[in-house]
Design a protein. Structure first.
Length: 70
């Protein structure tokens, strides 16, 4: 029983990948995710500005959700 446990622990230790970034993918993939995040955030900022402008054009008081970015 103990020998069987030692065998499986050893097998798992040998087969386990020894990379510092297990599961994170390549550095290029991380850069792609950051680019997508930045593009989405930029679009959300533009959309917020458009909505505030449209509300002001209709004469309604715009409700501020937070400080304007940037």
């Amino acid at each position: 029983m103990i020998l069987r446990a030692i065998f499986w622990i050893g097998l798992v230790a040998i087969l386990m990948p020894h990379e510092p970034n297990v599961g994170l993918g390549s550095p290029r993939a991380s850069g792609l995710v950051e680019t997508i995040k930045a593009a989405a955030l930029h679009r959300l900022i533009e959309l917020r500005a458009e909505l505030l402008e449209a509300e002001q054009a209709r004469g309604k008081s715009a409700v501020s959700v937070g400080p304007a970015p940037g």
